[in-house]
Design a protein. Structure first.
Length: 404
């Protein structure tokens, strides 16, 4: 199993395209694997013949696991001698009561088991339980260990009203909850759906004072301009280009606050939300301020095709200073999208709608196509004034598309 991304430690086999005895070429895709971000192909290191496939469909294997064996020439065999992958370094997470979605490692579970008991009641010398604690805020070590075993997060238990001291969720509360959902219709979440959920959970639980501002934009100039272009870009691509140019003019608006440092990106890389099967992928357009609308249109078409096949690689989704979400394609007029965990800005574009607009020259109302446009931002990194000026500039560029 190859290293499929910096943060990816394992992948699930979803397709095996060869069988023992098949002749294979150098760098031929023979196995498809799925991570929480994309479906990718595993290729052969050299030409030869498939000797053995050692993995099963729908099973998950770590990076470095042997997927199969190839009969090859002595020279190729010497070049690709098996090397043991380095052991994964995992930090042991310390349990912090009431901290959202804290991971519990096996080593930590052993510590919990060694203490003994449930810890649901009051303990002499233990941590105090606030009388106002509600729902699944406070959980005993035994509950946390059970959650880790089932890969549950605090968000999964948010609907439980605990019966313990200070409404603490007890192991009995958890088991009753699990018994109730056991009889409901359910299916395993896909890797991509789980990946989207994890990204949104991290966005929501980080110390992010999220704010959203909005205004309206006249889309008539965009609709007229696109008629003269071939291929014709959609309004969302005009928004990507406008945001990129606006950020190039005021690069401080996309800076990230990390600790006490303001980190400035060296490139205006803008993501664009693409709907994939059972999830959303956000490929990043590198140097979008230097990419023409024509090139954006061609790249976007390729990305949509790859997204439908779930073949947008993690590297294509990494980085980015902001993202554009054109939720207007679903008929929605207004929305407050959530920025990704590593970004501070998200521009949303709603559906175009005919509205009456006052014309000073004609002294009459005339129809025009207008859309609502929103900007969600991390208030730690940018203030309302800066965000407002950025959004205003995006609107100005959209209403004068010749500048794009």
């Amino acid at each position: 199993m190859p290293q499929l991304g910096e943060s990816i430690a394992e992948a699930t086999v979803v397709d095996i395209k060869v069988k023992p005895g098949d002749e294979i070429a150098d760098d031929q895709e023979i196995i498809d694997v799925e991570t929480n971000k994309a479906v990718m192909g595993v290729t052969t290191p050299c030409k030869g013949k498939i000797a053995q496939i050692t993995v099963q469909l729908k099973e998950t294997y770590p990076v470095g696991a042997v997927l199969g064996y190839v009969e090859a020439s002595e020279a190729d065999a010497a070049r690709f001698a098996k090397q043991e992958p380095p052991p994964l370094q995992r930090e042991v997470a310390e349990e912090i009561p009431a901290r959202a979605d804290q991971e519990i490692t096996p080593a930590r579970q052993k510590k919990i088991a060694a203490r003994g008991g449930d810890g649901d009641g009051a303990r002499t010398g233990g941590l105090p339980v606030p009388a106002a604690a509600k729902g699944a805020t406070f959980m005993s070590p035994r509950v946390r260990a059970r959650m880790a075993e089932l890969q549950l997060t605090n968000a999964d238990l948010a609907g439980i009203m605990g019966s313990g001291a200070g409404n603490r969720v007890t192991i009995k509360d958890l088991e009753n909850f699990l018994q109730k959902i056991e009889n409901q219709t359910a299916h395993e979440a896909s890797a991509i759906r789980a990946g989207v959920a994890d990204a949104m959970r991290r966005s929501w639980t980080r110390p992010l004072p999220l704010s959203t501002i909005g205004s309206s934009v006249n889309l008539e100039p965009v609709l007229q301009d696109r008629q003269s272009r071939d291929p014709k870009p959609g309004p969302g691509l005009y928004a990507v280009r406008a945001l990129a140019l606006a950020l190039a003019e005021t690069p401080g608006a996309a800076a990230k606050l990390i600790g006490n440092r303001v980190v400035q990106s060296n490139s205006i890389d803008v993501g664009i939300a693409v709907e994939a099967e059972d999830g959303i992928m956000v490929p990043v357009i590198r140097a979008a301020d230097k990419t023409s609308l024509a090139d954006l249109t061609a790249k976007y078409k390729d990305l949509v095709d790859l997204g439908r096949q779930r073949r947008i690689s993690p590297d294509m989704q990494a980085g980015g200073v902001a993202t554009v979400s054109n939720f207007g394609t679903f008929g929605m007029e207004w929305g407050t999208p959530i920025p990704l965990p590593d970004q501070t800005l998200l521009l949303g574009l709603g559906a175009g709608k005919k509205v009456p607009s006052w014309d000073e020259e004609k002294h009459a109302f005339v129809p025009r196509t207008e859309a609502q446009i929103t900007l969600s931002f991390d208030h730690r990194s940018i203030d309302g004034g800066g965000a407002g000026r950025l959004l205003k500039r995006v609107i100005e560029l959209l209403e004068t598309p010749k500048k794009l």
